[in-house]
Design a protein around this ligand. Sequence first.
Ligand code: ATP
Length: 144
Amino acid sequence: MAKLQVELVTAEGRVLSQEADFVVAPGLAGDLGVLPRHIPLLTPLRTGELMVRNDGHEELLFVAGGFIEILPDKVTILADAAERAEHIDEARAEEARKRAQELLTQDATNAEAAASLERAIFRMRVADVRRRRRERPQGPPSGQ
Ligand code: ATP
């Protein structure tokens, strides 16, 4: 069966490089589901969750902005920031969330604080999904 080669990189280095059957990325206009043989596409990403599925195993990652380039056999993501769930420091994200919320209380139009709050919330969500998956017995992904 055809596969996708997925590369996720930031200015700091390579976060993920693997084969996949299916990828869901947070496109600006909504979630982008990518299967092998997708038409070529280059589009911006928003902050959110990246799902990479291979042979029934799903990995959820955090990505903040950047671009996704889709080719029939390859997906390349250049993100402003990205972390695998196990590399997310939840205490740091919680601190960032509190800081951003405090700034937004002082000035609700602070766009930088709003973006920071969004990053913190998605980081906490990705880390939380990973914890819940580890707590329950392994089974096939839902819908299969
Ligand atoms: P903070 O205020 O805690 O720095 P931030 O949202 O401003 O958070 P970013 O600008 O998105 O941070 O990222 C800066 C660098 O720090 C990136 O390399 C990113 O991967 C890393 N990073 C930020 N927050 C976390 C976190 N909670 N866990 C792991 N790495 C993080």
